[in-house]
Design a protein. Structure first.
Length: 231
C-alpha cells in the first residue's frame, strides 16, 4: 500500500568531525577533505555525504569517512542535527553530525570518491569551510572540551603507562590552554582513578617521571556517582 506524504521531505546527510591529538606538535587537529564536486568544488569541508536508502545514520557516517579519508574502525559519537533551510545550495538538506577523537599517526589518510585530498589541519589554523561546516566543527569542539569535565577523553590515546605530565599535556591540547601544574595534579589525584606504578620513564632527556595506569574500574564507579572534573 503506497502512501503520499503531505509535507516535503528534506535530503539527509551525515558529517564527521574527526579530531586528532598530535602530541609531538602539541596540537589538536581535525580531518578536512578538499571537495572535487559542486557545490563548493575546491573548498575544504568535513568528510560526509548523503545517506543511502536502507542505510543507518552511523553506517553512512562510517562509510563516508572511509571513502573520503581512508579512516576506519573508529568509534563515532552522535553530535547534533543541523537543519537550517539555507545550509545547502542544492536545497533543503538536514545533516546529522558525528565526532571522534583519534591518534593521527594510526590512520593513513587516503581520499577517494568526491574528495580530492584529505589532510589534518590544526583547529586554530583552518581554511574557509564549505556549507555550515565551520559551525558544525565549533559545536563538536565545544562538546569535546565540555566532555573533559565528566569523561576520560583521550585516555586511550596515551601509552598504557604514562606520566602525569603526559596526561596534563593531553588536557592542554584539547582545551587549547596551559594549566597550572600543581592544581592539575591535585585535582587528578583527588579523583583516585590512577594506579601508581613502581616504574619510571626510560630513554628521556629530562628527569624521569613516575608512571601511572588508568583504573577503569574505579572510574566507572565514580561516573555512576556523578563524576565531575572541573579544571
Amino acid at each position: 500500500m503506497s502512501f503520499t506524504y503531505e509535507f516535503e521531505r528534506p535530503g539527509l546527510t551525515v558529517d564527521g568531525v574527526i579530531f586528532g591529538l598530535d602530541f609531538e606538535e602539541e596540537t589538536l587537529k581535525v580531518v578536512l577533505v578538499e571537495r572535487d564536486v559542486e557545490p563548493f568544488e575546491g573548498m575544504w569541508a568535513l568528510p560526509g555525504g548523503f545517506v543511502r536508502n536502507g542505510e543507518s545514520l552511523e553506517d553512512a557516517a562510517l562509510r563516508e569517512l572511509r571513502e573520503e579519508t581512508g579512516i576506519k574502525d573508529v568509534f563515532l559519537e552522535q553530535l547534533y542535527t543541523f537543519g537550517k533551510p539555507n545550509r545547502d545550495p542544492r536545497g533543503w538538506v538536514v545533516s546529522v553530525a558525528y565526532y571522534a577523537l583519534v591518534a593521527p599517526d594510526q590512520h593513513h589518510l587516503l581520499a577517494t570518491t568526491d574528495a580530492r585530498r584529505a589532510e589534518w589541519f590544526p583547529v586554530n589554523k583552518l581554511p574557509k569551510l564549505a556549507f555550515d561546516h565551520a559551525e558544525v566543527l565549533q559545536t563538536a569542539l565545544q562538546r569535546l572540551r565540555g566532555k573533559l569535565t565528566y569523561a576520560p577523553i583521550g585516555f586511550e590515546l596515551l601509552p598504557d603507562k604514562f606520566s602525569i605530565r603526559q596526561l596534563q599535556t593531553l588536557y592542554e591540547i584539547v582545551l587549547g590552554q596551559k594549566l597550572d601544574n600543581r592544581n592539575f595534579r591535585k585535582k587528578i589525584f583527588s579523583l583516585d582513578v590512577l594506579k601508581e606504578l613502581n616504574e619510571i620513564q626510560t630513554g628521556v632527556a629530562h628527569r624521569a617521571a613516575r608512571l601511572y595506569k588508568f583504573d577503569e574500574r574505579k572510574y566507572k564507579q565514580l561516573t555512576r556517582q556523578g563524576l565531575t572534573f572541573e579544571i
